[in-house]
Design a protein around this ligand. Structure first.
Ligand code: GDP
Ligand code: MN
Length: 397
């Protein structure tokens, strides 16, 4: 699950990671009030107004602006709140900004230069290790750094059993070219960051940039925090941070019905039990000349209710020209699923696209008979090859 920068920073801060301080605002008035509070606290007029959307590259799209007084806060917050922000990560349609973070300006001049770094913590599944990835090239697009100057990206592997060792934190600070107080503060920063990553059951932290201020403090200017959905049951307070307005509405609806749904761009909707079979079904659709409109795993129990929820979600996509249901009856019996399909079909009423149902496994023959005798516009198949041919026929019409 993705969360907003301001939420991620609050979590980091609760683990002792120093962050650029800020206050979130929904309206221009709240933004001005927030800037006033920060001014009182930090004795500085300058703040940054930062669009809160679930996508990076906001700076490039005009979603991060420096304001040097309250009038500018008003003007910039006014322009950003409600805007459709397009960044390299949002797609061309952009994302609507509902909130801004008013943050203290941390790029103030002082005894030494400010310096931006890149730090992320993530899981390397192949190695079974956590990785701290870091670079002196902070504030830039890390994919570009990886492409053009891969030697500037360092990786530190951490054995999850023993955790981050002191020498590793020091090595990171050293490789980032730091010394003195900044060196010490970076080791603290990295240690706290790794602790937070483990304790929150996160799948990724990406802090870009990590800043060395002109008075040699290390802090997180940005925070991309990705929490592992499978561990959210252990963190109800984090689960509550979910902002469904940032997610695809059909995906949100699907997750309410416990369906694993990912919207795609194709024209053949599919409903399958099991993720592996769903992937294979998407391949079959492609081989038949179609493009999958979605990934949908209805899980182990495909009854009338889940099938109906699945239909409703798939049919919201105007690109869908056919639906392929591919269910393997192992624990669930095929005739049960077939009855579920028939019931769901009758409940929804007029389904405007042809449906191809392929049921294989326990009671497959009975299931085919049920569907064939239902009088509905549903094609049944037992072999996957037949199902693929049906898809091809339907698309050709
Ligand atoms: P992103 O573009 O979505 O990654 O948003 P970031 O939070 O990383 O901000 C983008 C850029 O805004 C940073 O790389 C900084 O260069 C700049 N920025 C962020 N905070 C401040 C600040 O306090 N003062 C100044 N002058 N610039 C800032
Ligand atoms: Mn950033």
């Amino acid at each position: 699950m993705n969360i907003h920068e301001y939420q991620g920073k609050a979590i980091l801060k609760s683990f002792g990671v120093r962050v650029q301080e800020g206050i979130v605002a929904d309206t221009v008035d709240q933004a001005v009030e927030a800037a006033q509070k920060l001014k009182d606290e930090y004795n500085s007029d300058w703040v940054v107004v930062k669009a809160q959307i679930h996508a990076g590259g906001r700076g490039k799209g005009g979603g991060v602006k420096l304001a040097k007084n309250l009038d500018e806060v008003k003007e910039k917050a006014g322009a950003i709140i409600g805007m459709q922000l397009v960044t390299p990560q949002t797609g061309p349609e952009g994302k609507k900004v509902n909130k801004v973070l008013i943050a203290q300006d941390v790029y103030y001049p002082g005894e030494s230069e400010t310096k931006e770094f890149y730090v992320s913590v993530l899981l390397d599944r192949a190695k079974g290790r956590n990785i701290i990835m870091y670079s002196t090239e902070g504030g830039m697009d890390i994919e570009e750094v990886a492409e053009h100057t891969p030697d500037k990206i360092f990786k530190e592997e951490i054995d999850p059993k023993v955790g981050l060792q002191g020498f590793q934190a020091r090595k990171i600070a050293f490789n980032l070219g730091l010394s003195g107080d900044a060196f010490k503060d970076m080791t603290k920063f990295i240690t706290a960051l790794y602790k937070a990553y483990i304790a929150t059951d996160s799948s990724m932290f990406e802090i870009n940039p990590v800043l060395k201020t002109s008075d040699n403090k290390i802090l997180a200017v940005d925070a991309k925090v990705n929490l592992d959905d499978n561990a959210l049951y252990r963190h109800p307070d984090y689960a509550a941070l979910r902002d469904t307005s940032e997610e695809d509405p059909t995906e949100v609806e699907a997750s309410k019905s416990n369906l694993n749904y990912v919207k795609l761009d194709g024209n053949v909707g599919c409903m399958v039990n099991g993720a592996g079979l769903a992937m294979a079904t998407m391949d079959i659709i492609k081989i038949a000349g179609g493009e999958p409109a979605n990934f949908l795993d209805v899980g182990g129990t495909a009854n009338a209710q889940t099938v109906k929820a699945g239909f409703n979600i798939i049919l919201q996509d105007p690109n869908v020209r056919a639906i392929l249901i591919n269910i393997f009856g192992g624990i669930v019996r095929c005739d049960r699923v077939a009855q579920g399909v028939i019931d769901a079909y009758q409940e929804i009423g007029n389904i405007p696209v042809p449906i191809i149902v392929r049921l294989q496994g326990t009671n497959a023959a009975e299931a085919k008979e049920l569907i064939d005798n239902s009088g509905l516009k549903v094609f049944s198949a037992i072999l996957l090859k037949e199902a693929a041919e049906r898809v091809k026929e339907v698309l050709a019409n």
